[in-house]
Write a protein that binds this ligand. Structure first.
Ligand code: ATP
Ligand code: MG
Length: 226
């Protein structure tokens, strides 16, 4: 249905502390992100940005409050239904000791080689295909080592193959040079133009690319219109 292609996010009175930890991370967080909105999430290191994304992915459960996707409490979703709603590009991209093909199929196990090649071109990683091995190129510990920028692109390629209505990106350009950063941001913006997007970023310079910015500070969130 059409609804599967949309994603609106609502946080209602969310409180969060890690289990058995006295420290309060999030306190009475309320906000709504409309379908198709592109949101930057900023705040000092350790303020809880990754934690907030990890509540949306249900890696952690809120201590109190409700998170809704399309007005449905995420605790009601089956695991596969929740996975179908979102693509996640985590802060650290894990490369498995396996072929390039299998490293990409983490995003979508049903993708065929033509789709994998097309997505590698999109993220400008097609130079990895220049060897005789093609998609059988071995990556990871016993294979070709990828640079920081190449790892990020693999993470984005996986998300593109998944093709969900919501994309969550945790510092996708951290520690990249300016040119690589610009390339990666334009790939993301082009491919997610119509989708709901939340990107954690330290760099205020990127705010102009987003519809609005949320600042996480003192356990609470403040919306700044760009
Ligand atoms: P950064 O910008 O450095 O990535 P962040 O805003 O993403 O920081 P989080 O990783 O969400 O911050 O961490 C928020 C707080 O929660 C920190 O004080 C951190 O030490 C704590 N924390 C994170 N993960 C856990 C965990 N698994 N158990 C207990 N405390 C945690
Ligand atoms: Mg983080």
């Amino acid at each position: 249905t059409d609804n599967d292609q949309q994603c609106e996010i609502t946080f209602k009175s969310i409180n969060f502390s890690y289990p058995n930890q006295p420290l309060i991370i999030l306190k009475d967080i309320n906000f709504q992100i409309k379908n198709g909105e592109h949101v930057a999430l900023i705040g000092q290191t350790g303020c809880g940005k990754s934690t907030l994304l990890n509540l949306i992915t249900r890696t952690w459960q809120p201590t109190n409050g409700t998170i809704m996707l399309n007005q449905i409490d995420i605790s009601q979703f089956s695991e596969p239904a929740l996975r179908n709603m979102m693509s996640v590009v985590p802060q650290v991209i894990h490369i498995f000791n396996d072929t390039l093909r299998n490293n990409l199929l983490i995003g979508n196990q049903y993708a065929n080689d033509a789709q994998l090649i097309s997505v590698l071109k999109k993220v400008e990683l097609d130079k990895l295909l220049s060897t005789e091995q093609g998609l059988n190129l071995w990556l990871g510990e016993s294979g070709r080592t990828l640079s920081g920028g190449e790892r990020r692109r693999i993470g984005i390629a996986r998300a593109l193959l998944h093709n969900a209505p919501l994309i969550l990106l945790d510092e996708p350009t951290e520690s990249l040079d300016n040119q690589t950063e610009q390339q990666i941001l334009s790939i993301i913006k082009e491919n997610y133009a119509d989708k709901t997007l939340i990107m954690i970023t330290h760099r205020l310079i990127h705010q102009a690319l987003f519809d609005c910015t949320y600042l996480l500070e003192n356990n609470t969130i403040k919306k700044i219109n760009n």
